[in-house]
Design a protein around this ligand. Structure first.
Ligand code: M6R
Length: 616
């Protein structure tokens, strides 16, 4: 987690860094800081709290005049959120300043040696240890700062993206990466460095993504990239960014989460755009074309992801089995990476991640590669670590998702997996999918953007419900078949935004224990559309009502029956059973959003969270 930004060039560094931190705040927001190189010394401005706290320092503009600087927004790993643990960190002698995203695993043993040499530490962080290690090596060698950093990195283990400045070499910035992302933007005689491309887009479209084990030295307006093992990288690939700056703004909505919920008619259409071949009853994915032979040989599938992305994987699991006859299992990335899974080279791994930076998911991909599996990705952020790590992949194409709570990416992830299930089902002859059945599903799929639009038109009804239910401390969210995953995802959305305790599960599971919690103060939301599970869900509703629990039902438009046996009903348009979770997600996102607003929470940045979890 954490976001880092660096600037070296002819402008004032402060505004570039400050704006960059605001763009990266989704990565962590416990504390923030900026270091500028001014008149041969470092000035460090840092504060506990949000990035905006740093604007307190801007009263004296002259103070902030340096053209070289580094900045950081933090999600605490080592040491509580505080001014003193905030980055940037200065070395004891003030020669070195550093920002770091990641974890230095062996920092305690290095710290012990440095303390023995007389170094004193002001913070509890692993990062300050690295700053002092660099200073120590600098004192004892006569090499330039990039070589000093390289020697220091040879001694550390862990994951990092770092930016380092040395007061004795004012025209130089050193960048290095192992396990945490870093992008370098190339301007005219100026360079921008950041954890992702969002702080860079408004300055330049030309970027280089550093690979693991690489470092870059920006010196006298020139960029040199080599490996930490000291091998020069000639002609690194320069990407051209396509994201538009408007996509990063709120566009008239009070918060990003609401904007992103309302973008779903478009994001669902963009997910399908150019990929549905209706007359052939098939789907095409440019990124998979070269892998058809390997895909045909897959006879089992493991889906790996975390959080919301994993819940969408549970929808995928049902779809891959139903449409392609491929036995499928959903795994936490964090578990797959470490346990002995019974997989072989005919088991495919499908990694799902909005950010493309989730460390647990990335670890699972690396483990799968060791096991000889074909690795596939469904990723939103173009050029992200997961997108680059997998053998082949599919992009969501839903644009940047900024609110910590995932919304438009999640509906796209579920949709893409059903599309992929059709693609795989159509290429399998034995347990494959007929053209006419596939065509029927695709036709219904194409209606989803319009159906999502219909749900959003009734957002005000959900706003009213939010007022009614905002003060409950507990909720159950229930569903059956494809909607078990939807219930779990709805529960996560409400808990992370509103801080209410919510459990999502299979409706039937309730009577195997959890129903003992039901009383008049414990409401349940049940997803009960008219489908193969409707009657069973109706029985669950009766069981909850018989015990005095309030019930909100999400059901199919036109089904008035549930109004008589529940307290409140939310309607979603009719669609195929396997597509209902995509629609059911939307009212649950709205409910989570409006309840969180009612409770006065910081909805876009809920406490203790970060948008991309780049630590284990
Ligand atoms: O970027 P990813 O999709 O890999 O992130 C996975 C989870 O951290 C993420 O979905 C998280 O659960 C969201 N906050 C949920 O809204």
């Amino acid at each position: 987690m954490c976001g880092i930004v660096g600037y070296i060039g002819k402008r004032k560094a402060w505004p570039v860094l400050f704006k960059g931190l605001e763009r990266l705040e989704y990565r962590g927001y416990d504390s923030a800081g900026i270091a500028l190189l001014q008149n041969g010394a470092f000035s460090v401005y840092k504060k506990k709290g949000r990035v905006v706290e740093l604007s307190k320092f801007t009263k004296n503009q002259n103070q902030l005049s340096g053209g070289v600087g580094i900045a950081h927004t933090r999600w605490a790993t080592h040491g509580v959120p505080s001014d003193r643990n905030a980055h940037p960190h200065l070395s004891s002698g003030g020669d070195i300043v550093i920002v770091h995203n990641g974890i230095i695993e062996n920092y305690l043993s290095i710290k012990k040696i440095l303390v023995g040499k007389g170094y004193r530490f002001k913070s509890d962080t692993d990062t300050e240890v690295l700053a002092n290690l660099i200073e120590d090596i600098k004192k004892h060698t006569k090499v330039e700062i990039d070589e000093v950093v390289r020697l220091a990195l040879a001694q550390v283990s862990g994951a990092y993206a770092i930016l380092v400045l040395s007061k004795d070499e004012p025209g130089t910035m050193v960048v290095a990466k192992v396990g945490s992302p870093v992008v370098i933007g190339i301007g005219k005689k100026e360079f921008f460095v950041a954890s992702d491309a969002t702080p860079i887009i408004e300055h330049t479209k030309k970027v280089i993504y550093l690979e693991d084990g690489q470092m870059a030295t920006i010196k006298n307006s020139k960029l040199l990239i080599k490996t930490i093992k000291n091998k020069t990288i000639k002609n690194p690939y320069v990407h051209t960014l396509k994201t538009k700056i408007e996509e990063l703004e709120k566009g008239g909505f009070p918060l990003f989460m609401l904007k992103e919920i309302f973008e779903q008619p478009k994001s669902l259409a963009d997910t399908m755009r150019g990929r549905i071949v209706l007359d052939k009853g098939n789907v095409k994915f440019g990124g998979l074309e070269k892998f058809e032979k390997q895909l045909r040989s897959i006879n089992r599938l493991t889906i790996t992801a975390m959080g919301t992305a994993r819940f969408t994987g549970l929808i995928g699991e049902y779809a891959f089995e139903e449409l392609a006859g491929i036995p499928t299992k959903v795994e936490y990335g964090s578990e797959f990476a470490y346990r002995e899974a019974a997989v072989d080279e005919n088991t495919g791994l499908l990694a799902i991640s909005q950010s493309g930076e989730t460390k647990d998911t990335l670890n699972a991909i690396k483990e799968a590669k060791k096991k000889g599996m074909l690795t596939l990705g469904i990723v939103n952020v173009i050029g992200s670590s997961i997108a680059r790590e997998v053998d082949a992949g599919i992009y969501n194409h839903v644009g940047p998702e900024t609110a910590v709570a995932s919304t438009k990416a999640s509906t796209s992830q579920a949709l893409l997996q059903i599309m992929l299930a059709i693609y795989l089902g159509r290429m399998r002859f034995a347990r494959g999918l007929s053209k006419s059945k596939a065509k029927g599903i695709l036709k219904e799929m194409q209606k989803l953007p319009a159906l999502a639009e219909m749900i959003l038109k009734s957002a005000n009804n959900i706003k009213k419900l939010a007022k009614k239910y905002k003060n409950y401390n507990n909720f159950f969210f229930l569903g059956r078949k494809y909607n078990v995953a939807a219930a779990m995802e709805g529960a996560l959305k409400l808990k992370e935004c509103s801080y209410i305790h919510v459990e999502g599960m299979n409706s039937t599971e309730l009577k195997h224990g959890p129903i003992s919690l039901i009383d008049k103060n414990f409401p349940t939301l049940i997803i009960a559309p008219i489908d193969s599970m409707y009657e069973k869900n109706k029985s669950s509703i009766q069981e909850i009502k018989a015990r005095g629990g309030p019930v909100i039902a999400i059901t199919s438009l036109g089904n008035k029956e549930l109004e008589n046996i529940t307290d409140d009903v939310i309607y979603i348009p009719k669609t195929l059973e396997m597509l209902t979770p995509i629609l059911a997600f939307i009212p649950m996102q709205l409910l989570a959003y409006y309840i969180a607003v009612e409770r006065g929470n910081d909805v876009d940045k809920p406490r203790n969270l970060a948008k991309s979890v780049t630590v284990e």
